[in-house]
Design a protein around this ligand. Structure first.
Ligand code: UTP
Length: 297
């Protein structure tokens, strides 16, 4: 019987250097897209996919992230007294159940694979999800939910993938496709950041994964062998060789790279325009800006 995916790892221990100086004191994942921190989008997506246990791999300076998930009785009381029911409900929807969150520390930023490996003792013999909160995905059906549904059919390891222009492949891990079945592809190889002329396809891996415990075992072996940086891609690639059970999943939705400044700004515009309470004013403002710009040119 296939095991359900109920645990998700959120690696949030990176240094976030592309957002310095903000990330000197604010974890990148707390930065707000409209009015919600990036991490809230990731949590909501995980919940929609049926995740019950949330494992954060954190590091020094991420205290604000842990505080964010504490309940805030004083604030709730004040809102209740003032009759601000909508705000109260919204606040409560961000509360997490006691014991649903675990924090584990990555003592040194030794890469994504290493961050995932740090959570090994919190998993048993079950598939698990990995969500990178700086990849924010706008979708009618949340991306991880789409993946969990597809994974119920395929089993094995699944990585979220999207088509990128050939000249952009060097920024991603790229899939070498064995068989293309539409939204699901089986994979015969993964190439990390290939030059455009060496990319085996245009299908790039982004920050959502459903992985088997074997990937964690590979990370363990690589860790004890090579030392230094641990790449998640290497461990997944080993599964292609040993078990031939790696799939790419073309999700339906739009992904924003909120780990980069340009991506964050694009996401802010897209999410702002999608909000009923903001879109009219915001749209007018953007239209004015564009006409001022074109007049100036
Ligand atoms: P990034 O490649 O975006 O690195 O990590 P970063 O450190 O967060 O940001 P920059 O590049 O310096 O601006 C992708 C994801 O992997 C996590 C990050 O927190 C992010 O969610 N990560 C990365 C770790 O948890 N540990 C690491 O050692 C590296």
């Amino acid at each position: 019987m296939k095991r359900k995916v109920t645990k998700a790892i959120f690696p949030v221990a990176g240094l976030g250097t592309r957002f310095l100086p903000a990330t000197k004191s604010i974890p990148k994942e707390i930065m707000t897209l409209v009015d919600r921190p990036l991490i809230q989008y990731a949590i909501d997506e995980a919940r929609a996919a049926g995740i019950k246990e949330f494992i954060f791999v954190t590091s020094r300076g991420k205290g604000a992230l842990e505080d964010y998930f504490d309940h805030s009785p004083e604030l709730e009381n004040t809102l209740r007294k003032k009759g601000k029911t909508d705000l109260l409900e919204m606040l409560k929807s961000t509360n997490m159940d006691s014991g649903a969150i675990a924090y584990i520390r990555q003592h040194k930023a030794l890469g994504l694979g290493h961050a995932v490996w740090c959570a090994r003792r919190l998993l048993s013999n079950e598939p698990f999800a990995v969500i990178l909160p700086d990849d924010v995905i706008a979708a009618d059906t949340p991306c991880l939910q789409q993946m969990v549904e597809a994974h119920a059919e395929t089993g094995g390891n699944m990585v979220a993938a999207m088509e990128v222009p050939t000249e952009k492949t060097s920024a991603y891990g790229v899939l070498d496709i064995k068989e293309d079945m539409g939204s699901v592809v089986s994979v015969k190889g993964m190439v990390e950041k290939p030059d455009a002329d060496k990319a085996p396809s245009n299908l790039a891996v982004i920050g959502r994964y459903i992985l088997t415990p074997d990937v964690m075992n590979h990370l363990n072996r690589i860790k004890s062998g090579a030392g230094g940086e641990l790449q998640l891609t290497d461990a997944i690639a080993q599964e292609i060789t040993s078990a031939d059970n790696v799939y790419g999943f073309r999700f339906k939705g739009q992904r924003f790279d909120c780990g980069s400044k340009a991506g964050f700004l694009q996401a802010t515009v897209a999410f702002g325009l999608a909000r009923d309470d903001l879109k009219d004013e915001f749209q007018d403002y953007l239209a004015d800006m564009m006409s001022v710009r074109s007049a100036a040119q």
